[in-house]
Ligand binder design. Structure first.
Ligand code: HEM
Ligand SMILES: [Cu+2]
Length: 554
């Protein structure tokens, strides 16, 4: 990367949050700096992503042949449970909000830190504690219930479900405290000039996520605790043999876990709204629609949980109502998709790695969303329920959409966080492998599900063989793509070219400070006279992101 004119020579900010006030381990472990806490969350969540990914590969290897391949049924049950628990509770829920959210929200609001820095650090330690407790359970026997812990099986299984439930319970507090911090920060810490109509779209979506975290997580915490208590003491809460009600569990569980899907996907939308503007050099089309649709999703998300209970004996009327309410989420999502696409129109697009992941994101979100409308249709879901169709659907949204956004964020903000650039060529190679590998992994699963292959079985009839081989092959390409990304990012940490404060020439407020940012974020409190997504006036005066390559007429 060479600078376009002399004043643009990128400099590495010498006094930054990575080396000031100190560099020792203790200064990190006791830090109250939101940026360091964000980085610690990111590192921890990425490690858990790798662990969960390892479990996924073991699952896929087991499914390479119709009979037993490398493990027995019991091991398989434990493995898919651990995979689900690690991916959901330790990676997906914290990764973008607690990781990137912590790093970026104060920078994007022109603030020095979050509202409650000590609470923020506590949130990190609760996350680590929850992870350790859950890992203890996983190492000492694991659980075989699936990540949904359905009763009455989970209240009677002899596997180590209690520590895993307690771990998830503790993790919930971390999530609640982080959400609380972001809500208060957004309300009280905005720099002069940032009225509600200038709050960056990233922050709007994180704000909507925080509302869900605060309102829904206590319900899950309570539910998991009840399961743990029943499993440990044999009290009749959910088990009909003891006078309990298993369907009650499903209501409680999904009252959190459906909104939790939006805890995972709203932050992804947060990232995408930023990336779309920066790499098309256009004002966001319909700022208010994009901002308020996040709140709309958060709101409607609370009224759809019954779509997980279509085959639980729910009345046809209830099922119809929940089906229609679920489809409303599709409307708000479609509003965003329309606005992102409209933003691209006549933009000057820089096809960099974050943009490549945006393209992947859009495809997976739309495809996953459409199959979501399909599974919300009662008559179809009765056929697909508990088959691989559902597994493919939620992976399209969770891995497809959210992991794409996570990777887009990792590349877009890598220069801000580390002060260095990653290699663009390798970035695109990784992105292509991840996106193609992903499609090859999960499209076969849609077909398998439609043909009736049930989920959570370690063997299957021979007619499902070919598609399972295809899925495992796809997963291998995906895994190799991710390893490539990991390798070049680690190398770039030390040897990447210096990025300078704003290598993308982005208009986002977080780029107004040095890279890596100062420990106190800004030298003095910034005053804003423009919005965070305004590219119009100078998009031609300013060179496009990472300008140097000559522009070819196209
Ligand atoms: C990286 C590639 C991945 C592959 C190849 C993969 C593969 C699989 C497979 C084969 C299953 C078992 C399905 C069944 O028999 O029910 C599964 C379940 C699951 N996966 Fe993944 N997965 C991947 C990534 C992820 C990610 C990133 C997430 C989370 C956000 C995730 C969340 C889940 C969940 C929640 C389940 C259900 C577990 C359960 O049944 O309790 N997966 N995955
Ligand atoms: Cu749901």
């Amino acid at each position: 990367m060479s600078p376009s004119h002399a004043s643009d020579v990128p400099v590495y900010n010498p006094r930054n949050y990575l080396n000031s006030p100190a560099t020792g381990l203790k200064s990190w472990l006791l830090t109250q700096d939101h940026k360091r806490i964000g980085v610690m969350f990111l590192v921890a969540a990425s490690v858990f992503f790798a662990v969960g990914g390892l479990f996924a590969m073991l699952i896929r290897i087991e499914l390479l042949t119709p009979g037993p391949t490398i493990m027995d049924a019991m091991t398989y049950n434990r493995l898919f449970t651990l995979h689900g628990v690690v991916m959901i509770f330790l990676f997906m829920i914290p990764a973008i909000p607690s990781g990137f959210g912590n790093f970026l929200v104060p920078l994007m609001l022109g603030a020095k830190d979050v509202a409650f820095p000590k609470l923020n650090l506590l949130s990190f330690y609760l996350y680590m504690l929850g992870a350790v407790v859950a890992l203890y359970g996983m190492i000492h026997g694991g659980a075989d219930t699936g990540w949904t812990f359905y009763t009455p099986y989970s209240t009677t299984t002899v596997t180590k479900v209690v520590p895993i439930l307690l771990g998830a319970f503790i993790l919930g507090f971390s999530s609640i405290l982080t959400g609380l911090n972001f809500i208060v920060t957004t309300h009280t810490m905005r720099a002069p000039g940032i009225g509600w109509n200038r709050v960056p779209l990233f922050v709007w979506s994180i704000y909507a996520t925080s509302i869900i975290q605060i309102l829904a997580t206590p319900v899950l915490g309570m539910t998991l605790l009840l399961v743990a208590v029943e499993n440990a003491f044999g009290w009749g809460i959910f088990d009909p043999a003891r006078g309990g009600d298993p369907v009650l569990f499903q209501h409680f569980f999904w009252f959190y876990s459906h909104p939790a899907v939006y805890i995972m996907v709203l932050p992804a939308m947060a990232v995408i709204s930023e990336v779309v503007c920066a790499f098309s050099r256009k004002n966001i089309f319909g700022y208010k629609a994009v901002a308020y649709s996040s709140l709309g999703i958060a709101f409607v998300g609370f009224f759809t949980w019954g779509h997980h209970l279509f085959v639980s004996g729910q009345s046809a009327f209830d099922a119809g109502v929940f089906g229609v309410l679920s489809m409303f989420v599709g409307i708000f999502t479609a509003i965003k998709v329309f606005n992102w696409t409209a933003t691209l129109y006549q933009g000057s697009i820089a096809f960099k790695t974050p943009f490549a992941y945006f393209v992947g994101f859009l495809f997976f979100l739309v495809f996953g969303g459409m199959t979501g409308v399909a599974v919300a249709t009662v008559s179809l879901d009765v056929h697909w329920h508990d088959t691989y169709f559902v597994v493919a659907h939620f992976h399209f949204i969770m891995v497809g959409a959210t992991v794409m956004a996570f990777l887009a964020a990792l590349h877009y903000w890598f220069p801000k966080i580390t002060g260095r650039m990653y290699p663009e060529g390798w970035g695109l190679v990784g992105a292509v492998m991840v996106i193609l590998g992903f499609n090859f992994t999960f499209i076969p699963q849609f077909l398998l599900g439609n043909e009736g292959m049930p989920r959570r079985y370690f063997s299957y009839p021979e007619r499902f063989w070919a598609l399972n081989v295809a899925s495992t092959a796809g997963a291998s390409v995906l895994a190799m793509g991710l390893v490539i990304v990991l390798v070049y990012l680690l190398i770039s940490l030390k040897w990447g070219p210096i990025a300078g404060p704003n290598p993308w020439h982005s208009r986002g407020y977080e780029w107004d400070t040095a890279s890596p940012p100062l420990p106190e974020n800004f030298e003095e409190t910034p005053v804003y006279t423009r919005g965070p997504h305004e590219y119009d006036e100078d998009s031609y005066a300013n060179p496009p992101p990472v300008a140097p390559e000559p522009k070819h007429a196209s």
